[in-house]
Write a protein that binds this ligand. Structure first.
Ligand code: C2O
Ligand code: CU
Length: 460
């Protein structure tokens, strides 16, 4: 087993040039990071007891990875957990072999083993990394962190305010409730919900913002399943300027809904007005964080050149349509489904296999093939949420266009990587399959994914 200290001190920068197209390599810098996953103790607020978690580099959230668009990110990873793990780079249009899905894109990294993730960063934006082996356990324990990719010309970036959100399920001693992990009730309903809200790993932190002028609040939700909703004090309008990393034409909302794994960049016109961030998804208005201003000089964000998403909506006249019928869960209409080649009743599946959700009559997993697509094809995932629950549907490897009422009465078409589907909703997720490999499509309510709500799209 590799010794942690030695690993952190060693400077391995051996770089296999052959793995990347040379044009990608030639003009770019390499950002080198080390991540160690291990048991750690964390303090959620001053004088709190130490909570036992699993973290990257002993931090919650894990260290923020900074890079510039066009860079190559190289992360030496060491697994000091007592179980296998992998890291997924959520929202990155990644090389398939760097996508971090165990048994699909790489073998899991065993305890004591290392793995080097190395890939080019093609897009600016707020992304994140998280464990993708039994994520319903490992992400719950804290294995995630932010990844910020900026444009080389963006000089205001370091003044951005990062807000990494999570809800933890803690007992009275501030320890994670582990007995309830794997509760079939949670799995068949809305997933595991916490009782303790944190922003950047702290309960009700005080966050510094510039004293006047514009500022950018960058939201990232790392919850297992809870859909959060936020408001600023005095209902200060929140102008959305980027969604899941990709810039969009700005529009304002009074309340911001953030589903698991989603990200939003919010432009606030006058940061001197900022006092509180309030969570309003339940009847209780919960102060999530307070703001205090620093003596920073005025920030003026030039977002004009950033209003364009990374790539335009493709023409869909010749699109390949893939129907995905989502079924199952509590109060659903799924009586039976195929699991490992055998038709079984839902009761049997729940009791014996902890499987509860299906795509097109089949319990999903890393083995369920949803579609075979030719590289370059335009694809419509025609998804029907035929369940009583909301689901945060995530596609690996590419982002999709979605036209929906998620922001209000008006339909709005945006580019994203995680879309919150309402019960009974039917929606088209549209993308150009320009990234070869085996890509997961799954619910980011992590218990739903574990119990069958996921499948694989193959692009060759
Ligand atoms: Cu953020 Cu398959 O995950
Ligand atoms: Cu779900």
């Amino acid at each position: 087993m590799i010794n942690r200290r030695k690993f952190l001190l060693s400077s391995s920068s051996a770089f296999a040039l052959t793995q990347l197209p040379s044009n990608v390599y030639a003009k770019n810098g390499i950002q080198h990071y080390k991540l160690v996953a291990e048991a750690a103790e964390h303090i959620f607020y001053p004088n709190a007891q130490k909570s036992k978690l699993s973290l990257y580099n002993q931090q919650s959230p894990g260290p923020t990875i900074h890079a510039v668009k066009g860079d190559i990110l190289e992360v030496d990873f060491l697994n000091l957990l007592d179980e296998p793990t992998t890291i997924h780079w959520h929202g990155i249009r990644n090389l398939n072999e760097m996508d971090g899905v165990p048994g699909l894109t790489q073998p899991a990294v065993e305890p004591g083993e290392t793995f080097t993730y190395r890939f080019p960063l093609k897009d600016t934006g707020l992304f994140w990394y998280h464990a993708h082996t039994q994520a319903w356990k490992q992400v719950t324990k804290g294995l995630y962190g932010p990844l910020l990719v900026r444009d080389v010309n963006d000089e205001t970036h370091h003044r951005d305010v990062l807000l990494v959100l999570d809800d933890w399920l803690l007992d009275d001693n501030e320890q994670l409730q582990l007995d309830s992990l794997g509760s079939l009730h949670d799995w068949s309903h809305g997933g595991r919900h916490g009782n303790f809200l944190t922003v950047n790993g702290q309960s009700k932190p005080n966050i510094a913002v510039p004293s006047n002028g514009q500022c950018k609040l960058r939201f990232l939700s790392a919850t297992n399943a809870r859909v959060m909703k936020f408001e600023l004090n005095k209902k200060i309008p929140m102008k959305i300027i980027a969604i899941d990393g990709s810039p969009c034409a700005p529009f304002a909302v009074e309340k911001l809904t953030v589903a698991p794994a989603q990200r939003y960049d919010i432009l606030v016109e006058d940061s001197s007005q900022l006092e509180e961030l309030i969570e309003v998804s339940t009847s209780e208005r919960l102060m999530a964080a307070s703001f205090s201003t620093t003596k920073n000089t005025q920030v003026k964000y030039d977002t004009t050149p950033l209003h364009r998403p990374w790539y335009p909506l493709p023409q869909t006249t010749h699109a390949k349509i893939i129907d995905i019928h989502m079924q199952g869960g509590a109060m659903g209409n799924l009586a039976s489904a195929v699991f490992e080649g055998e038709e079984k009743s839902l009761r049997d599946l729940a009791q014996n296999d902890a499987k509860l959700w299906a795509f097109n009559g089949e319990i999903g997993g890393y083995g369920l093939a949803l579609a075979d697509i030719a590289l370059g094809d335009t694809v419509i995932l025609r998804v029907w949420n035929d369940t009583r629950w909301r689901h945060a549907m995530h596609l690996h490897g590419q982002h999709f266009w979605v036209n929906s009422k998620e922001f209000g009465e008006q339909n709005r078409q945006v580019l994203r990587d995680t879309y919150l589907m309402q019960p009974s909703e039917k929606v088209d997720l549209i993308f150009t399959a320009d990234n070869p490999g085996l890509w997961l499509f799954h619910c980011h309510m992590l218990e739903h994914h574990a119990s069958g709500m996921g499948g694989v799209i193959s692009v060759t």
